[in-house]
Design a protein around this ligand. Sequence first.
Ligand SMILES: [Zn+2]
Length: 318
Amino acid sequence: MGRIRSRGFMKKSIVATLVALFVGTASAVSAQGKLNVIATTEDLAALAREVGGDPIAVESSAPGSQNPHFVEAKPSFILKLQKADLLIVVGRELEIGWLPPLITQSRNSKIQVGAGGYLDASLTAQILEVPTGQITRAMGDVHPLGNPHYWTDPENGKRIGKAIAAKLSELRSNDRAYFDQRLADFTSRLDAAEKRWLAMMAPYKGMKMVTYHRSFPNFAERFGLDIIGYVEPRPGIPPTPQHTLDLMNEMKRQNVKLMLVEPYFDLKTPQAIGRETGAQVLVMPPSVGGVKEVTDYFKLFDYDLGLLVDAIKKTGAN
Ligand SMILES: [Zn+2]
């Protein structure tokens, strides 16, 4: 009887030690609660999850299946902004049509533009298509400060991850070592994956294609693809008959057999172009959550590159 009791006691003390150890590693969380992080896209939320881990709670303002230029933020989003410790935005005016009034209405001083809890992820990323002349939104172009779809290059994923980790460490200095370790782990996993992705795409260097919106220039540059035209005449402007005709002629001239369409665009024009030119229409998400299989940043590239390689093999277009 005594033996059993003492064994039971031993077990309890081991459990207590384990609990103490566990609580020890998570002390910052239990003492201060989780950092509330709001990201404007699922891609930034996914990157924040990679480097933030347990001490942060992340939500995005819109599902990745929506056009990020035209988010319809729900009123409940203001409540989330009120409680946020950190707001991560894509920047380059991607959110200009809906976010600024919500930030003001949240009356949360932590996340106002320029405050410690506001992070513009574009500031550390490589930005393509920065206009040299004067471009205003009055012309209808929704990319007035360069291309805002920069997360589609894993090299930019690393840069964004680093900026988020630095910001989290600034806001929660007790967890600095933890965030540093998460960042190192994320970066090395992404390095390995990128090597694999580049090898997968190496045989298709210079492959010509057309995309609906200008969502993939960073992706194309990283993986050696040649985007020769767009279904939209300008970013954010729906297709016109003349532009569609010009595009089809160019596709025929250059023998383009692939067309990428983001999941939130109407397929009518792309399919008509496909019928006329013989090009295959691929619905390809530029964002995490764009299709249900793409649940994290790594799966975005696994899915898109897999889709692309399958289609290239099918069309025999290389
Ligand atoms: Zn865009």
